[in-house]
Design a protein around this ligand. Structure first.
Ligand SMILES: [Zn+2]
Length: 68
């Protein structure tokens, strides 16, 4: 399921459908995907996990260059 983002308005966002590979703290690989409704992660956490937050943070920093 998707977790709504407080940082990004994901509805119709240019990055919807993009998948980000995220390395977990134990070296596990997860995939975070943006959807119209927020962010998805394929780990077992049912709440918004740190993998999603790590991707969200990239959208919170103007210096990261938002592709428009
Ligand atoms: Zn996760």
């Amino acid at each position: 399921m998707s977790h709504a983002s407080d940082i990004v308005n994901t509805k119709g966002h240019w990055a919807v459908g993009i998948e980000w590979p995220v390395i977990g703290s134990r070296g596990d690989n997860y995939t975070v995907t943006m959807t119209d409704y927020g962010f998805d992660c394929d780990c077992i956490a049912y709440r918004k996990c740190k993998h999603i937050k790590s991707v969200e943070e990239r959208f919170d920093d103007p210096s990261q260059g938002r592709d428009t």
